[in-house]
Ligand binder design. Structure first.
Ligand code: GAL
Length: 691
């Protein structure tokens, strides 16, 4: 990879806040005027005013419109768009226009096309058909970004640079020649010598020893299992290569407009495995996230909350931008259901509750043609006489009423660890079970905490854990010595630390930590697992103990675990080959405690356990709410004010504040005073500025 260094003259203090010319919260979406004739574009501006739109992402997929033939540039439509938006009081997150290369480029340079592991070329005709590591593509992309930056550097509508689009979305792993070259270069930088690589990859096994970096390939299709560390390093390399592409574009923009903040839209949610966003986030001037709910998921509000909390974790707690979500149905799920009445407002404000200072959509106007014509938008095919449009206008009004929450932050004393290296490592092949999915474990714990009303911070295991009273590590398979020490230090200081099965198993090279599992946490937890005992598909076991609600059913995973002196067995297997062996343990650790959960508990068992952990760690919500009613508080930075968001996902009216913690203040969406008791109709949202 041939990235130029960040210009030395660059001073981060000169970067303007992305929202310094917005009143209150941002509201808008992707705007693709190149798909429409001028009369529609003129109508757009009027409708934007009606809805109260103040922020749009423009020119994301515009390369072929700006440059239809090499070197022939047509800026007229974009000039008009920028001027009209400015006149309408709309700020622009202007894209580098690089998200899809134009057809003339891939025809002239087919070598820039990405490849799958079996060599299949991903051709032109869709989007994102480029290899991020290809030097020819890189040159063209940087030139395009520079041209956009030169042209609009002083435009008053320019608020923010939007680099490319969802980098890595469609081609998270590329196996082209360019990628193979860049991988070898990355390995040289990581290991220095080929002996270093051999040691890390354990190549004494199966005659894989390398004599030269030139012999190394990406993990292609092999006769038997591929080297796991090679696969792990390819994940690391891929994440770094995609980030490198972002940084190169960012630095090109910074050279021209050092004062304009730069971001790219992340996809921080449970299926984005390819990019380690905790290594990406520090490179963004503001975190921007895209999130789409899955219509078939009956509890999609929980996965939405997870994504929003992850965006906030990536932002280090700072406010972030919701760059895309949908007004109603999407077009890429097996069955694309419209959103239910009120769901749009609930979704949007759930993101705001969890730290978003801007609410944006894909896209402003629903396309007539192309692969996304059945994807909802702010202006639907049906036009403005539609529920979607009325909901959009209503949302705009709601966001204006909530302007004062801008800049405020969520506070949490519970942390849930999310580590991409553990995600990559835990799902490598040839493991004790092929059924274990890292994110299932993380999300099960997240959901249990959500059900207990606990707002958690999602952080990596290397995060500063001071200030957390509860720290949960679900299947944190791969940890460095330093990260393991960081976790142990949290318990020493007084936190309750919870570690689940298949955690702390390997070091950063995917080499097993010997002496009994879970090597990195054995001492902290006071346990030593002799052997894993995964269950067959559909097989369950029974666990008994008060901490799991008396008895619980478990599946997926069990193990034969010994406890050290002083470690308490709080739940044990009942019957089966591991009858009597510990399933959940607890030990004192410094001023805190360390729990080990050696199996996958069913939902009631996990809820019982989480209830006890939350109570003992003292991280319960400050306000009791009925099940299914989401409560989150944002605080002014100085702590002088707070805003309570209450989202009623149930079919019944909810009443809060009756149980000794009164809700008092002003409800911002209705403007009504609240005098101790807050009634939230079914499906409604309320936001109370605390008195
Ligand atoms: C995102 C993408 C948008 C649009 C949207 C549809 O992944 O950034 O351009 O395709 O999905 O849901």
């Amino acid at each position: 990879m041939r990235r130029r260094p960040t210009p030395e003259s660059f001073d981060p203090r000169q970067v303007r806040p992305w929202n310094d010319r917005l009143d209150g919260l941002g509201f808008g979406g992707d705007y693709n005027p190149e798909q429409w004739p001028d009369d529609v574009r003129l109508e757009d501006v009027g409708l934007m005013r009606e809805a109260g739109v103040n922020l749009l992402s423009v020119a994301i997929f515009a390369w072929a419109t700006i440059e239809p033939r090499e070197g022939e540039l047509d800026w007229g439509w974009l000039d008009d768009t920028m001027d009209r938006l400015h006149a309408a009081g709309v700020q622009v997150a202007l894209a580098t226009a690089t998200a899809s290369p134009p057809p003339w480029l891939t025809r002239k340079h087919p070598e820039i096309l990405p490849r799958l592991a079996d060599g299949t070329v991903l051709h032109q005709g869709s989007r994102q058909s480029y290899a991020v590591t290809h030097p020819v593509h890189r040159d063209y992309a940087l030139r395009m970004a520079a041209r956009v930056a030169e042209r609009y550097r002083d435009h008053p509508a320019l608020a923010l640079w939007h680099v490319d689009n969802e980098i890595g979305c469609h081609v998270p792993r590329d196996y082209s020649e360019a990628a193979a070259d860049a991988f070898r270069e990355w390995l040289r930088a990581r290991y220095g010598t080929v002996d270093g690589l051999n040691a890390a990859w354990g190549t004494a096994f199966w005659a894989q020893r390398y004599g030269s970096f030139d012999d190394v390939l990406p993990p292609l299709t092999t006769p038997a299992q591929a080297n796991p560390t090679q696969q792990l390093d390819y994940d690391r390399f891929t994440s770094d290569a995609l980030l490198d592409y972002y940084r190169d574009l960012r630095d090109t923009l910074r050279e021209i407009t050092p004062h304009v903040p730069v971001t790219t839209n992340l996809m921080a949610h449970s299926t984005t495995k390819g990019m380690d966003y905790f290594s990406w986030a520090p490179e963004l001037d503001v975190v921007a996230n895209d999130h789409y709910t899955i219509a078939a998921d009956g509890e999609r509000q929980v996965e939405l909350a997870f994504s929003a909390d992850l965006a906030r974790g990536l932002a280090g707690g700072a406010p972030w931008i919701l760059m895309e979500h949908s007004t109603s149905a999407v077009n890429w799920q097996p069955r694309n259901r419209a959103k239910l009445p009120g769901e749009l407002l609930r979704n949007s404000l759930a993101h705001v509750a969890r730290g978003a200072d801007s609410v944006m959509f894909f896209q402003w106007r629903q396309s007539r043609a192309g692969a996304e014509k059945y994807h909802s938008a702010m202006v639907p095919h049906a036009g403005t006489d539609s529920d979607v449009w009325r909901d959009v206008v209503h949302l705009g009004r709601a966001l204006r009423a909530l302007g004062e929450v801008r800049g405020s932050r969520v506070r949490s004393r519970a942390a849930l660890v999310v580590d991409w290296p553990s995600w990559w490592g835990a799902e490598l092949d040839s493991h004790p079970t092929g059924d274990l999915r890292y994110m299932d474990q993380v999300q099960a714990w997240y959901a249990a905490l959500w059900r207990h009303g606990v707002t958690v911070d999602l952080v990596p295991s290397h995060a500063d854990l001071t200030g957390y009273d509860l720290v949960v590590l679900p299947t944190t398979y791969l940890v460095t010595d330093a990260d393991a020490a960081n976790v142990a230090a949290a318990a020493e200081r007084g936190a309750t630390v919870v570690v689940t099965y298949f955690s702390g198993i390997v070091d950063e090279h995917d080499h097993v930590r010997l002496g009994g599992y879970p090597g990195a946490f054995r001492e902290l937890l006071g346990v030593r697992t002799e052997e894993f005992w995964p269950l067959q598909e559909g097989e369950t076991a029974r666990v008994v103990g008060k901490a799991v609600g008396g008895d619980a059913t478990v599946d997926l995973w069990t193990e034969k675990t010994h406890v050290a002196d002083g470690t308490e067995v709080v739940a044990a297997y009942d019957g089966g080959p591991l009858a009597g062996w510990p399933a959940v343990t607890r030990a004192d650790a410094g001023a805190g405690q360390a729990w080990y959960v050696a199996t996958r508990l069913d939902r009631p068992g996990l809820d019982a356990l989480v209830g006890r952990l939350v109570a003992e760690a003292g991280v319960g919500p400050d306000l009791a709410a009925p099940a299914g009613v989401e409560v989150v508080r944002r605080w002014a930075e100085d702590g002088a004010a707070s805003w309570l968001f209450v989202i009623n996902h149930t079919e019944r009216e909810a009443v809060l504040g009756d149980d000794g913690s009164p809700v008092a203040g002003t409800e911002l969406l209705t403007g009504e005073p609240v005098g101790g008791r807050l009634t939230v109709p079914s499906g409604a949202v309320r936001v109370v500025r605390a008195a």
